[in-house]
Design a protein around this ligand. Sequence first.
Ligand code: LAN
Length: 726
Amino acid sequence: MWPPLRIPDDPSQPWTDYSRWRLHNTDDGAHLWEYLRTDEQLAAWPQTSADKYWAGIPLNLPDLPKPATPLDAARNGYEFYKHLQANDGHWAGEYGGPMFLLPGFVIGSYVTGMSFKDEERLEMIRYIINHTNDDGGIGLHIEGPSTCFGTSLNYIAMRLLGLPADHPAAVRTRAALHKMGGAISAPSWGKFWMSILNVYDWEGNNPIPAELWLLPDWVPFHPSRWWVHCRIVFTPMSYLYGIRFTAPEDPLILALREELYVQPYDAIDWPAQRNNVWHVDLYQPHSRIMDFANVILKLVEPCMPPPVHRAALARVYEQIVFEDENTGYQTIGPVSKMMNLIARAHVEGRESDAYKCHERKRQDFLWLGKEGMMVTGTNGSQLWDIGFITQALVETGLAREPRNRESLVRALQWLDQCQIREDPPHHERNYRHRTKGAWPFSTREQGFTVSDCTGEGLKSVLYLQNQLDFTPKLVSEARMRDAVDTILSLQNADGGFASYELVRGSTLMELLNPAEVFGKIMVEYEYAECTTSAITALSIFRRHYPDYRAADIERTIRHAIQFMHAIQKPEGGWYGSWGISFTYATMFALESLALGGETYQTSAAARRACDFLVGKQRADGGWGESFKSCELESWVDHEHTQVVGTCWATLALMYAQYPDPTPIARAVRLVMARQLPDGSWPQEAIEGIFNNSCAISYPNFKFAFTIWMLGRAHGYLEERGALGLV
Ligand code: LAN
């Protein structure tokens, strides 16, 4: 148990001294929030504008001249955004949203004997309280309705972190949990974490068989064929299930057993809970095959010869070590990180190097926001954010303005160090796709190829190096070719691109999706966004380097465009899986089609897409789409118009050279009207999504896409003599 904390009263105000928090960016772009305890430290390390911005401390910048044109507004936007650029050239940013990550961090730390600083504990509790819904429960993500998953795990997290059971916030959340019938009906990942903590019996879990890793690789449902996130989470899960890891009882664990349920702990019929999931949590119910497989697996489990089980655990453990070593101990994301840590601490002990490396890397996922401290979806979205803003600046012409040049050179330096130069150390044996030449989503150390991050990284470098005359040429042509080779290696047979790897298994595998709360997690799928990024990156690359693998590039682009045509929805839009949703993907799709010569005038598909978007424009000139579009895979309006969504839709229309400037001018007016006098835009609704159901924040989008849209709209309207419409 961690030492008691003194809990302040009002969670709407910081519980620590926010003037003492600093964001430390390491050389390779990792984000570490530090709390300065001494006055000497404070004097030596002043708070930057970025520290203040993300912590919600007003920057008190002077008002900028009122913009007369869209380009002025874009320029003001970048004047503000430059204040947030780190010295090393990238833009840090909050990457929160999911509410199931922090509890894993807390439980994993608790059971392995790692603590947090008191300031971190206080701000984590405050974060949870601030993201508690009015009914006392907590959702899958910050904008979602209360679920048993969110409520039970965050209740546990608050209690472990030091919130007393009789604190009003604990009382309220416990009451909400009891209204759902208690923690028994948490979905499988909730059951898993609670079993680790010894507050849920392992008998209440469906089997998680490590033995699957003993099957030969060619078996269609071998774990190496699963979506990389699913595989990397399943691996340590199967290990910890296989050894039935259970934290030793202590008074807090015993108290939680009383608090989490409406019936006495010992009276719970655990096997009867395996398929018991609270209805709000259930996004993807089990298939019959899944239920049947679970019954069979449960029957054969006791018959498994111990040497086979031991061999399976040894094989799984090897994969865990490979993953840790390939990623500098952060693993692909925060869920697997804590599971790997528990396994490594169990086998190698608390004095081991693995334990210490894991402890150090835990910090990369803790982010201080204005509502408290959260755990982020990855160790940041560094590459993704720098990719969009740099392309926006070059396309709008702002990059060439002398006031912005230095900032762009720094951005290029950051992009240069972020490219991955080699394949991972454990490449084949860890079933990894090549990484040489790729750009990752966050940092080079995290080290996973993502198809569209490679596309955006390459495009940014091409824009900065080949389209501007004042930048150093840091990324050699050979390294750009490596990136192209990686992109080309990622096209699937029907022309589409998936997220991290080639599609390795059948979509029928989704019938075995055990997670209940997420859709589309079992195998890779091809995505509109990933496919378009490959098309645009390759198209721009060949403009500058027409000789390199010209035939391969031509074939790949053509095939990818065919794929985009095939997945266009009958209504005209494209479904977006990572941003919300049709507005997001349709923007990328129309950009790609335009690069292949398809615009409103020349292509029925582009026309249909534009008409679809124009049909969704609201009376105020903007667009607003809800994350529910992603759950339902069909358009759902947001209650409010959204600046970021408006920019996506407007960019889409401009890519397609929509002939009537009126909708574009109306959108520009709306986005300009929402700009604050210091050049920034206020945060609106959440922008991103994953696995159909979980929203995730991209707060830097409100700078990149506004600047991009306004700057391009200026040129578009000017060309058509329509600037006067704004
Ligand atoms: C991300 C974030 C980035 C995102 C894009 C680059 C935007 C996308 O175009 C490709 C897929 C990718 C890389 C992606 C995949 C899934 C992630 C890693 C996330 C949405 C961030 C968090 C999420 C991860 C799965 C969260 C942990 C949850 C599990 C179900 C394991």
